[in-house]
Design a protein around this ligand. Structure first.
Ligand code: NDP
Length: 255
């Protein structure tokens, strides 16, 4: 039988892949963000854990400390209320702590209601865009100066299948992911000259998390891949092995 040549099957990240790198993960308290933060720390990174629920971030902090001896910085923040002033505060806070930032995984998102566009409530539409898109734009804009100080830096935006092909009832979530793909392309193009920052999107596909359970309540979660199974691509895009790759849309299922 022919062996698969897909990188997901053959990529073996060095255990020091992210040594001396500082990486910010949004939505780091649960689901894929939690698993990615721990995977990055296990590969040598110092973590900045940003998320909504302090208790969950503390638990990720403690797990990282236990496994690696590294302290992480915790930033409890509700992205539903993140605005230009919050971005200035974040920038100031991180500039006081760090001389550079090596990567951002924009992972935090909400699903919002699964309903027809014609019935979609405006307030929830705005909230989905606020959490999934606007906060990511503000965080990126605030932190590009710190990313510029890195030898090579990586910004990873989290996308979705419905960010490539619209599907009934996925409303603002789908649209916010289309926009995330657009943000990836525009930013990658703008940073392609005169910077060493690469920008890519990553679609994890169906993954066993609470968001997936909310979207598909009758599905058996045991039939789904775990976030841990997707970590080779999360590591590849965050680490130096992906240097030179920018403006691309990655999908765990065809990588
Ligand atoms: P989860 O719902 O399991 O986790 C989402 C994380 O984002 C949580 O840590 C949550 O914090 C945080 N978050 C949500 N709202 C806010 C907010 N207002 N402020 C700060 N943090 C917030 O989702 P997944 O792990 O499943 O999803 C991770 C990413 O992957 C998302 O971008 C999602 O769109 C994408 N994705 C997931 C798929 C899947 O099948 N799971 C498929 C395709 C894409 P808290 O726990 O405190 O609420």
């Amino acid at each position: 039988m022919l062996k698969s040549r897909r990188p997901s099957k053959t990529y073996k990240p060095d255990l020091k892949l992210l040594a001396n790198r500082t990486i910010l993960v949004t939505g780091a308290g649960d689901g894929i963000g939690r698993v990615a933060a721990i995977a990055y720390a296990k590969h040598g990174a110092s973590l900045i854990l940003l998320g909504r629920t302090r208790q969950k971030l503390d638990s990720v902090h403690d797990e990282i400390a236990e496994r690696t001896g590294q302290e992480s910085l915790i930033i409890p923040v509700d992205l539903a209320h993140f605005d230009a002033n919050s971005a200035i505060e974040l920038k100031r806070g991180l500039q006081n702590e760090y001389s550079r930032l090596d990567g951002i995984l924009h992972n935090a998102s909400i699903l919002g209601p699964k309903t027809k566009i014609e019935d979609y409530p405006y307030a929830e539409w705005m909230q989905v865009f606020q959490v999934n898109l606007h906060s990511a734009y503000l965080i990126t804009q605030a932190l590009v100066p710190l990313l510029r100080n890195a030898l090579d830096a990586s910004i990873v935006f989290t996308s979705s299948g419905v960010g490539h092909r619209g599907r009934a009832y996925w409303g603002a979530y789908s649209l916010s992911k289309f926009a995330t793909e657009g943000l990836t392309q525009v930013l990658a193009d703008e940073l392609s000259e005169g910077s060493n920052i690469r920008v890519n999107s990553l679609n994890p596909g169906a993954t066993r998390t609470s968001m997936r359970a909310e979207a598909f309540p009758s599905e058996d979660p045991n039939t789904l891949p775990t976030a841990e199974e997707h970590m080779p691509l999360y590591l590849y895009l965050m680490g130096p092995d992906s240097k030179g790759k920018t403006g691309k849309a990655y999908n765990v299922h065809d990588w």
